[in-house]
Design a protein around this ligand. Structure first.
Ligand code: ZN
Length: 347
């Protein structure tokens, strides 16, 4: 089985109020737990620390309900975000300790390679929206020491560093709002210095081009799709895709149906073939070295035929059927992530 290292999940948020042992039992609901991950060849991925606005993300809700809760896309304050972030980071640390070696937090390339070569499952700590970071960046230092290795400057809302794209407009452009603030620019260089990957998913287009101009590391969108195929503001224009590839970066394909479908509908009957279309488009447009997966498991509505993390082999097989060989599949499934992280993280 081809093992997958995946660019994004919101599993920690789903597990937040559950006992640590829950992760190690097989469940019917949600997308990722340890036993199902093993069955799907999920070697690990980026686990998001995400603090919702006034109401938690509800992945069962239809498109009309999403975001209607007041405040979901409103800015949140630093204290609330820091508390939320520490709670989820603590959950991840507890999972690692409870696993007795079978679930590990990945803080270095050696650990990533060790994880890929073993039976362990690995987690990269990703901060989705930087509200938990104070303007002096002291919290960045502390979170780095705790294992933070990837950071999205914004979620789909505004903060002191930049402006995120809306999730509610379809069709829509990512070119909404101003670029990075002065603090945002300082955050980019601090991440470069510490060796923290900067994630461009959820950031608006002006912010994207600011990061492109400032950052000396490969550009990465951990969970976004080509805008040409689905005109969600969350997706990347061809110009942005070409820029990512030009820096040696990676785009992680989001399995969320609203980011895959031409009509942007939250329709779970969307076939896995639609994910395959996005893979093909990216491979044709920017080359296979810049394409990966960023499932968004536990954070969005995915195709019913994928079901949960156990559906990954179906996707791999669908790609194999149309001519992707083992070497190609390994690049998309994990090696492209490993290359970018090797270039980005401090050795
Ligand atoms: Zn996201």
């Amino acid at each position: 089985m081809i093992k997958v290292f995946d660019g994004h999940n919101d599993t920690l948020l789903r597990l937040q109020k559950k006992p640590t042992t829950d992760f190690f039992k097989m469940h019917r609901s949600g997308h990722i737990d340890f036993p199902r991950g093993k069955l799907g060849g999920f070697a690990g991925g980026f686990f998001a620390l995400f603090t919702p606005g006034s109401s938690p993300l509800d992945t069962t809700r239809g498109p009309k309900g999403r975001g209607r809760e007041t405040g979901l896309f409103e800015p949140i304050n630093h204290e609330k975000a820091l508390t939320g972030t520490l709670n989820l980071a603590a959950k991840l640390l507890c999972l690692e300790r409870a696993s007795r070696g079978s679930f590990m937090i990945i803080r270095s390339i050696d650990q990533l390679l060790q994880c890929m070569a073993s039976e362990a499952m690995g987690a990269i700590i990703h901060l989705e929206g930087a509200e938990a970071i104070d303007e002096n960046l002291n919290c960045l230092e502390v979170l780095y020491a705790a294992g933070l290795r990837s950071l999205g400057i914004t979620w789909s809302r505004k903060n002191i560093f930049g402006t995120g794209v809306s999730l509610n407009h379809f069709p829509g452009t990512p070119d909404i709002g101003p670029g990075l603030t002065k603090q945002g620019r300082r955050l980019v260089s601090a991440c470069n210095q510490l060796g923290i990957l900067i994630d461009l998913s959820h950031l608006n287009e002006k912010g994207f081009w600011d990061v492109a101009a400032l950052s000396d590391k490969p550009l990465v969108a951990t969970h976004s799709n080509p805008h040409t195929l689905c005109q969600s503001p969350r997706n990347l224009t061809d110009k942005q895709l070409v820029e990512v590839a030009g820096t040696g970066g990676v785009v992680g394909i989001n399995f969320g149906v609203r980011f895959l479908r031409e009509d942007g509908k939250e329709d779970p009957s969307t076939p896995i073939a639609q994910i395959v279309n996005h893979v093909n488009y990216l491979v044709d447009t920017i080359g296979i070295h810049h394409v990966a997966f960023g499932s968004d498991f536990d954070g969005t509505t995915i195709p019913n035929s994928m079901g949960d993390v156990r559906g990954l082999p179906k996707l791999i097989n669908a790609l194999r059927k149309i001519g992707y060989g083992d070497n190609d599949l390994k690049k998309i499934a994990s090696e492209n992530w490993a290359r970018v992280l090797k270039t980005t993280w401090r050795q």
